[in-house]
Design a protein around this ligand. Structure first.
Ligand SMILES: NC(=O)c1ccc[n+]([C@@H]2O[C@H](COP(=O)([O-])OP(=O)(O)OC[C@H]3O[C@@H](n4cnc5c(N)ncnc54)[C@H](OP(=O)(O)O)[C@@H]3O)[C@@H](O)[C@H]2O)c1
Length: 283
């Protein structure tokens, strides 16, 4: 029977800790840390994410600037907004909520965010820094997973870590972070041969696939730590990538969905905003 990793509780402790640091920042530099959030269009999930991000930003005492553009906004309109926020000295972080409507070139728009304000850690410069082991902002979801593992005091050095998924925002940065923590890391994807065998060898198993209950009990080693990044909306509600009920009988630790990685992602967005603000003041 596993210990259930309570992401909500860990995220709360990250935010409460941040509250104090944000207050100190305000005393030291005489201004509020400011995060700008841009939402283009009416995607219902994105609207909920943005609302939650704004609430959390204000909870820790940061200022939030919210920009909503219509679904049919032109690339020029979105680009001009990002560029002007990039040049605004009062703005510490810029978040463009993804996905953008199909007619907009996501990569082109994101590339307009200065690396120093890239709170999502998506830009090539920050991804490159992560690869080189240099200080940087790391994509919020894998950054959150690492904090969960550390909060639980899980030993990482020398462990076999398997990450299922190789996306730029979760799988790849997750693998880099685990490598930095001295894990022996394997990245799996849709073309991996003998996925079950590879997973069965994992001490730490991170699932970031986007397929409900994909990781079954027979893929998990007795005593493994299982982190479920997946968010799948099914007719039975929100479900992760791991068959939670069966796998929790085998794993030593497991993160649930909801209440696991999700809340950590928002907490780490705020941590990244704090890191960006502090770096900008000390450059
Ligand atoms: N909790 C959070 O805050 C948070 C944040 C971000 C994402 N998510 C969730 O995490 C999940 C993954 O997100 P993502 O953006 O990384 O997704 P993504 O870009 O769609 O990537 C999915 C990855 O899973 C791999 N995959 C798909 N089918 C597979 C299979 N049968 N066997 C092995 N690998 C397979 C894909 O392999 P290929 O590369 O070969 O196609 C790909 O690398 C989604 O459910 C998403 O909603 C949650």
């Amino acid at each position: 029977m596993s210990k259930i990793i309570n992401g909500k509780e860990i995220a709360q402790s990250v935010k409460d800790n941040l509250k104090e640091k944000v207050l100190q920042f305000e005393k030291d530099y005489g201004r509020k840390i400011t995060l700008a959030v841009i939402l283009v269009g009416e995607n219902p999930a994105s609207q909920v994410y943005v609302k939650n991000k704004i609430t959390a930003t204000e909870y820790v005492g940061m200022k939030s600037l919210s920009f909503r553009l219509p679904e049919n906004a032109t690339e020029r309109e979105v680009s001009d907004l990002v560029t002007s926020l990039g040049a605004d000295d009062n703005v510490d972080g810029i978040l463009v909520q993804l996905p953008l409507p199909k007619h907009l070139d996501e990569n082109k728009i994101l590339a307009l965010i200065p690396a120093s304000k890239d709170v999502d850690g998506f830009l090539a410069e920050n991804v490159g820094n992560l690869l080189l082991g240099l200080p940087t902002t790391v994509a919020c979801t894998p950054f959150g997973v690492l904090q969960m593992l550390k909060y639980e005091g899980i030993e990482l050095t020398g462990k076999n870590a398997v990450v299922i998924g190789r996306s730029n925002i979760v799988g790849k940065p997750m693998a880099m972070l685990l490598l930095k923590e001295n894990c022996t890391v394997t990245i799996c994807h849709s073309k991996t041969v003998n996925l079950k065998g590879v997973c069965k060898n994992a001490d730490i198993l991170v699932a970031a696939i986007g397929k409900p209950k994909f990781v079954t009990a027979d893929m998990v080693k007795e005593g493994a730590v299982v982190i479920d990044v997946g968010i799948n909306r099914t007719e039975n509600g929100l479900v992760g990538d791991v068959d939670f009920e069966a796998v929790k009988e085998i794993a030593s630790y497991i993160s649930p969905v909801p209440g696991g990685v999700g809340p950590m992602t928002i907490a780490m967005l705020l941590e990244n905003t704090y890191i960006c603000a502090t770096k900008r003041e000390n450059k």
